[in-house]
Design a protein around this ligand. Structure first.
Ligand code: UTP
Length: 287
């Protein structure tokens, strides 16, 4: 079985729910406490042993490329001032030379299309997909690491899922579940944003390990929900052909693509920080 060495970060979406901020700032650069969303996703990928980070960007997303550059002037200034703690912080964000690739999705035709744009960089290897606006928080056992362990045992395709309220199933890709073994459930089917009769309450939450054959299915360019090329529809066609499992995420999910979720993430992560928790908690008590 080939290891998962590459990860795709689709970051070409328009981020309309965060307008007007996203007129000029990519959604993925919005900070939770002091790190941009994209950094949380990259850290999660690194913790799972991913070596090659592939960012699918689009118009107005140049800040993401700049972010992963080395900021020479800033480093020189901090060095002069002896601010070594901040220099270490910046060094932690650096990717190894040649380990970051940027490819453009010229039109936001959907998540499936964004992933397909990375096909030549993926080649014939399994790969991970991480949606950076989903902050899946478990520093001790990051989500993608949990999934690579399941992948090592089962092979094929693995998606991360969480149980959502029935009233929210029309917002997600929903799993039709087969046999369950602890946190791992066989996937018998997948439906994107079911309007009626959801097959379960297990929602796919922004992390995927996929086999390269998905690219041939995405190449057909078939439109699904919202007239977009949906990753879920292509994944559904692999079920029964390749092993397909859902891994229930053990941790806390913050949907940072949504304003309330983004604010909750900031509060929750600030309360975990020794340098911030007391001040933030005291302020919250005044409200
Ligand atoms: P979303 O559904 O959150 O869309 O995409 P969005 O454009 O980012 O945000 P809203 O809904 O307009 O506020 C989920 C993920 O898929 C990427 C997004 O960047 C995000 O990471 N995506 C979506 C693409 O890269 N390309 C697309 O065509 C669509």
């Amino acid at each position: 079985m080939k290891p998962v060495r590459k990860a795709v970060f689709p970051v070409a979406g328009l981020g309309t729910r965060f307008l007007p901020a996203t007129k000029a700032v990519p959604k993925e650069m919005l900070p939770v406490v002091d790190k941009p969303l994209i950094q949380y996703a990259v850290d999660e990928a690194r913790a799972a042993g991913i070596e090659q980070m592939i960012f699918v960007t689009g118009r107005g997303k140049a800040a993401i490329e700049d972010y992963f550059d080395i900021p020479y002037e800033l480093q020189a200034t901090l060095n002069e001032k002896g601010k070594h703690d901040i220099l270490d912080l910046i060094a932690d964000t650096r990717l190894a030379p040649g380990h970051a690739a940027f490819i453009r999705q010229q039109e936001p035709l959907g998540l499936g299309h964004a992933v397909w744009c990375a096909r030549d960089l993926i080649g014939d290897e399994p790969f991970a997909v991480l949606l950076p606006d989903e902050l899946l928080w478990n520093p001790a056992s990051p989500c993608l690491k949990q999934m690579t362990e399941t992948y090592a045992a089962k092979g094929g395709n693995v998606v991360s899922v969480l149980e959502v309220p029935e009233a929210h199933t029309d917002r997600y890709g929903i799993v039709d579940p087969g046999a369950a073994d602890g946190a791992v459930t066989e996937v018998r089917g997948l439906v994107e944003k079911p309007k009626t009769n959801p097959p379960s309450r297990l929602a796919v939450v922004g992390r995927y390990i996929l086999q390269p054959e998905i690219m041939e299915l995405l190449a057909k360019g078939e439109r699904g929900a919202g007239n977009e090329i949906q990753l879920t529809d292509a994944m559904a066609k692999l079920i029964g052909v390749q092993p397909f499992h859902a891994q229930t995420f053990d941790g806390v999910r913050h949907d940072c693509g949504d304003k309330a979720g983004f604010i909750q993430a900031n509060v929750a992560l600030a309360l975990e920080r020794a340098d911030l928790a007391d001040d933030v908690r005291a302020f919250l008590k005044t409200l």
